[in-house]
Write a protein that binds this ligand. Sequence first.
Ligand SMILES: Nc1ncnc2c1ncn2[C@@H]1O[C@H](COP(=O)(O)OP(=O)(O)O)[C@@H](O)[C@H]1O
Ligand SMILES: [Mg+2]
Length: 269
Amino acid sequence: MLEPIIEVKNLTKTYKAAQKKFRQKTSYIHAVKNINFQVLPGESFGIVGESGSGKSTIAHLIMGINKVTEGEIIFRGRNIAQLSRGGEREICRNLQIVFQDPYSSLNPKKSIEWTLTEPLIIHSIGTKASRKEKVIEVLEEVGLGESYLKKKPHELSGGQRQRIAIASALILEPEVIVIDEGVSALDVSIQASILNLLNELKEKHKLTYIFISHDLNVVQYFCDKIAVVYLGDLIELFQTEEFHQEEHAEYTKKLFNAIPDVSFTSRTS
Ligand SMILES: Nc1ncnc2c1ncn2[C@@H]1O[C@H](COP(=O)(O)OP(=O)(O)O)[C@@H](O)[C@H]1O
Ligand SMILES: [Mg+2]
């Protein structure tokens, strides 16, 4: 049996809601409640659900961007739920994230070279010369190249910016990349090229993906397994290829029925 690379046990995140009125009793938002799942090495594990269902919360908890309220996140056999991101460098390196909007994750004032070199400096990797070599190598891997070194984010298209975001996740040679709505802001044809790139990189670097999207069409096309979340609950989990052989929750059926007739694959061919 393959050991999971990531296992989430009873994962719960509760936020304090903003108080609307003076002296109002504090209320809580259960962004995610008792979530359990396992991700196997080499898998593209999909998390799908409507906006507000808790997907980004799960991503941020796994990444250590937000603090876990309760539960465990086991990464390679070790519970990392309570470890701080800053203090645990090896773990930071092994888990990377790509956000929906590279505008918010790329510094608008800095060159692409700066953006891609920064993680190497933070982790004290290489010399000045070897870092530059690595940056160029990664730029080529994401289908760009040396000519992008001096460019700033505003000089790039949405798809190119997303390639830079992928390059900056890739440069630390992680084992797992969390992709939170990573293609949602892009046109369908660009989405397809980014998904193809992600698949190539996955093969080449033996990556594991946790792929988050509100778009079931994309998740169905891209992922081996799909976890459906609704209002903070994981309501079901299935192998993508077995979807049609199983009974599903009403919510999942509704999500699937909302998919237009034209499938993602045929739109991109
Ligand atoms: N920092 C926060 N403070 C309070 N509530 C939050 C915070 N972040 C998310 N939430 C709430 O948690 C729920 C899940 O949000 P989120 O994980 O962003 O969902 P999704 O990514 O699926 O759209 C929502 O109700 C959202 O309003
Ligand atoms: Mg989100």
